[in-house]
Design a protein around this ligand. Structure first.
Ligand code: C5P
Length: 311
């Protein structure tokens, strides 16, 4: 530990995971990304990122899910901190510690959450008072989901996912996330999507008005019936067992089930708190999954611990 690390104050920010309630994938764009129309919801499953001034830039990953996360310059939180420093001409290295709870390579945007958290944390540490819009703009360069995790809540994402507009919702939704032991690579799932779609024209993506009305009604059964993910067939093609897991969850009483983003985490929507507990127990007790996490949505975006961000 260096002298700067011992004496300098730290800032801890937690950032939520996300689930895509609807994920519509369009054709590949000239920049290699797919055009998207998606409805994101932030959920109460968090990574925590602590930053403090240090003599050198460093990143450490701790917590139950640290395995497999790079602790070097390629780490998204590190890239986010450096990008914010570059925009403001800051030359003040930070030590970053990530406490990881969001499944890695699970389709829940854990890496993007760390980037969003690092942006908010460094913004506080360096006294920049950036708006969320400014942080989201920097985040968009780092990953398609980063801007959404700066805002949180429920939002429509367009472009490659980085253009975010909030959505009106009512109530709290109770989710059970069935995590897999081994992650799936996002580019591999998009490549499988392209392979499966190679014999047909892919339409421009749009989100459905029915899903918006379900969110406004606050009725979980209505939302459960409208969950849709164009990447799901690709994820199931790469991991056929996900299809069985979806069937199992529905047979245990879930109102809807969907592969989360590019997977392999499967998200189940429950009728309420008690049903979510029952569902999580049924999924683990039956051996369908080794880990089932309950979470509620919508959750706040990246916020100082205990202090939801307000601009
Ligand atoms: O933006 P992000 O870093 O999350 O993207 C990871 C990879 O996922 C991209 O390199 C690309 O292969 C794929 N992707 C895509 N279209 C999107 C988002 C991601 O093809 N809209």
């Amino acid at each position: 530990m260096t002298s700067a690390m011992r004496t300098s104050p730290s800032v801890t920010v937690r950032a939520p995971a996300k689930v895509n309630l609807e994920l519509r994938v369009g054709p590949v764009r000239p920049d290699g990304f797919h055009g998207l129309a998606t409805v994101y919801q932030a959920v109460s499953l968090y990574d925590e990122v602590t930053v403090r001034a240090a003599d050198e830039w460093s990143v450490t990953v701790e917590g139950p899910r640290a395995l497999g996360v790079p602790a070097d310059d390629s780490n998204l939180a590190m890239r986010a901190a450096r990008a914010l420093a570059a925009v403001h001409g800051i030359d003040e290295p930070v030590e970053i510690v990530i406490d990881k709870d969001i499944p890695v390579a699970g389709g829940m945007a854990g890496g993007s959450a760390d980037a969003a958290a690092a942006l908010v944390a460094c913004d506080w540490l360096w006294g920049l008072s950036s708006s969320r819009e400014e942080l989201a703009e920097i985040g968009a360069e780092l990953g398609s989901d980063v801007p959404f995790l700066v805002y949180g809540g429920t939002a429509i994402g367009t472009g490659r996912g980085e253009v975010v507009a909030p959505v009106l919702t009512r109530g709290t939704y109770h989710w059970v996330f069935a995590a897999a032991d081994v992650g799936l690579s996002t580019p591999a799932v998009y490549a499988e999507f392209d392979r499966l779609a190679s014999d047909r024209e892919i339409a421009d993506p749009v989100t459905s008005p029915d899903l918006m009305s379900a969110l406004r009604s606050g009725d979980p059964a209505a939302l459960g019936a409208r969950l849709v993910n164009d990447l799901q067939p690709a994820a199931i093609s790469l991991r056929p067992e996900l299809g069985e897991l979806l069937t199992d969850g529905l047979s245990y009483g879930a109102l809807g089930g969907i592969v989360s983003g590019s997977g392999p985490t499967v998200a189940f929507l429950a009728a309420g708190h008690e049903s979510a507990i029952d569902l999580a127990v049924a999924l683990t007790a039956s051996g369908a999954v080794t880990e089932a996490h309950r979470a509620t949505g919508p959750a706040h975006g990246a916020s100082l611990r205990g202090v939801p961000r307000v601009d």
